[in-house]
Design a protein around this ligand. Structure first.
Ligand code: 5GP
Ligand code: ZN
Length: 124
């Protein structure tokens, strides 16, 4: 399969690894959004978060905490954001979690909370 992250997993493409076990790998993002931008990637090819099974979700969650602790301690930051893109914002179609130390997301909503709530609230 022509997947860039599968190639990183099997060593065909080099990466700056910061963690690896039998199920997951974490490495530096090649085009970081912020200092310390790391990607946590399951070794098995899952296209997106909807394909992930409970076992790998649990494992990624455990490892996510370990890596986040290391990033925050070593980079001496007090904040971290986790994000997983899906749909048009997911460029690499091999699921991955972004770990973004010290990233503060500030964007301006266009609707009021009530307007959005009326659209997304449960129907009954
Ligand atoms: P997405 O938009 O799919 O959530 O993010 C994909 C991320 O993968 C981007 O932040 C991009 O910089 C990173 N990326 C793409 N190709 C490579 C690569 O070959 N090596 C590494 N280390 N990161 C990559
Ligand atoms: Zn893949």
């Amino acid at each position: 399969m022509d997947c860039i992250f599968c190639k990183i997993v099997n060593g065909e493409i080099p990466s700056k690894k910061i963690y690896e076990d039998e199920k997951v790998i974490a490495f530096m993002d090649i085009n970081p959004s912020i200092d310390g931008h790391v990607l946590l990637v399951p070794k098995k090819h899952y296209t997106d978060y909807k394909e992930l099974d409970d076992e790998i979700i649990l494992h990624m969650n455990i490892i996510k905490k370990e890596i986040a602790d290391r990033l925050m301690e070593k980079l001496k930051v007090k904040a971290i954001t986790f994000s997983m893109n899906y749909g048009d914002s997911q460029i690499v179609k091999h699921v991955h979690l972004h770990l973004l130390p010290n990233l503060i997301i500030k964007s301006k909503p266009e609707m009021t909370v009530d307007e959005v709530y009326n659209i997304i609230k449960p129907e009954n």
